[in-house]
Design a protein around this ligand. Structure first.
Ligand code: FES
Length: 93
C-alpha cells in the first residue's frame, strides 16, 4: 500500500486494477505516475538507487514526477493527482 511507503521510497502499486508507480518524497508527499512507458508501452520499474522509473525495453528513464531523463521516450509518464489516493490498494492484496 502506498500509505506504507517510507519517505524516499518508491513502489509499483495497483489502483483499481491499474498498475501505477508511487513514490513518497522526503517530505512525505506522494507522486503517482502511470507505469506504461511513453515510448512503445513497456512497463517501467522503480530504480531505488537513482529514484527513477526505468524502462527495461529500450532504456528510457523518468524522474519520480514522470519527466523524461533519458530517451528514446520523448513524452513524460502520465501523472495522477492525489485524488487517486483514496483508492489505493497494494499490489499483493
Ligand atoms: Fe520504454 Fe521503449 S518502451 S524505452
Amino acid at each position: 500500500n502506498a500509505n506504507d511507503l517510507s519517505n524516499g521510497e518508491g513502489a509499483v502499486i495497483t489502483i483499481e486494477g491499474h498498475r501505477k508507480g508511487a513514490y513518497k518524497d522526503d517530505e512525505g508527499k506522494l507522486h503517482i505516475v502511470d507505469t506504461t512507458c511513453t515510448h512503445i508501452g513497456c512497463e517501467v520499474e522503480w530504480n531505488n538507487g537513482d529514484r527513477t522509473w526505468d524502462c527495461p525495453c529500450h532504456g528510457s528513464r523518468f524522474s519520480y514526477t514522470g519527466e523524461v531523463i533519458e530517451g528514446p521516450a520523448e513524452k513524460p509518464l502520465q501523472r495522477h493527482d492525489h485524488t487517486m489516493l483514496d483508492n489505493l490498494t497494494s499490489e499483493d492484496s
